[in-house]
Design a protein around this ligand. Sequence first.
Ligand code: HSE
Length: 400
Amino acid sequence: MIQIAVMGYGTVGSGVVEVIEKNKEEINKKSGEDINIKYILDLREFPGDPYADKVVHDVELILNDPEIKIICETMGGLKPAYDFTKRALMSGISVCTSNKELVAVHGPELIEIAHANKCNYLFEASVGGGIPIIRPLNYSLTAEKIDGITGILNGTTNYILSKMEKEGADFGEVLKEAQEKGYAERNPEADVEGYDACRKIAILSSLMCGKNVKYQDIYTEGITKITPADFVYAHAMGKTIKLLAQSKEKEGCFYAMVAPFMISKSHPLYMVNDVFNAVCVHGNMLGDSMYYGRGAGKLPTASAVVSDVVDCARHIGKVIMCFWDSQDVALTNIDQASRRFFVRVALEKESQALQVFESVSVIEAPIEGEFAFVTDEMTEKEFNEKAEEVGIIGRIRIEE
Ligand code: HSE
């Protein structure tokens, strides 16, 4: 029997308990031993909960219990999750986490501590909710040199954009729905401003190059400036708008960014709607591969945490390889990246815009008082200079 503890009995933590209970037989068979939840750590009491007798408030009970071999850290945030995780790993207890913030900030350090203590720090649930993406990058695509990852990595914003597009729904109301469904972060600014997707692409980018991509270095824009009018234009162009997180290695330069993009119907991410996430990975031998599933929510995320528990159970006393060095990667400024841009200006600026941007494709859409167009390919720097000269209403990058 392998004794485990769950730290944090919120949305994901209670999901972990539910998954382990419901799929007990499968999980025990695949682990090679029975998994038993001995403790649930939380500050709150849960009277009437079937697991109320397992709830403890003192982390020392868990960390000092030699029977505990695996901890599921589903607390979120850096404090006190960082200290608890570090102490657990130093005692040889494996930790499985959904905490993307902690993984993005302290990932390489915690992996190193785990390996030095013959245990594991696994984080499948930290990116893409229930989608297996960490494991494919670590164990499946090992024959590849991966040179590009593009994904929809935040369920809340994809849910909001999908509802805005299909139902013309109000931003605030859909965000409330996403919160009620357990998709959004405690502070939903992390979702809508792109910070959550930024941490997730930092994790994937680090696994892609085996070194540390600091999330603070990644250019990040959220979806708060996207309006229903943008979707009217997108439809007129046969496109949709998605919050993309991407990292690319090109001629020795490494770019990473998070921003809303217009994508066309032929793009593999076009059909990824609602809470679903998807990640496209490009390898130099395999070419494109894509991973798709529910990117947020209690049970999908919990399922990914429990898959790590099974992996840890199969590797008690053994290290599972993960290449993520603490050496920082120098990202190239996105000013140098080239692409086309969709642009909206006031109608009276039409001739000035045509003069400054030179060759453009005009977009016809039923929006009054505006002139809209798509530029030729140019660098972000060139675009920003021209946009400033004209004074624009808005712009959205185009992903080809
Ligand atoms: N708030 C996150 C999202 C939860 O919406 O994707 C899953 O990481």
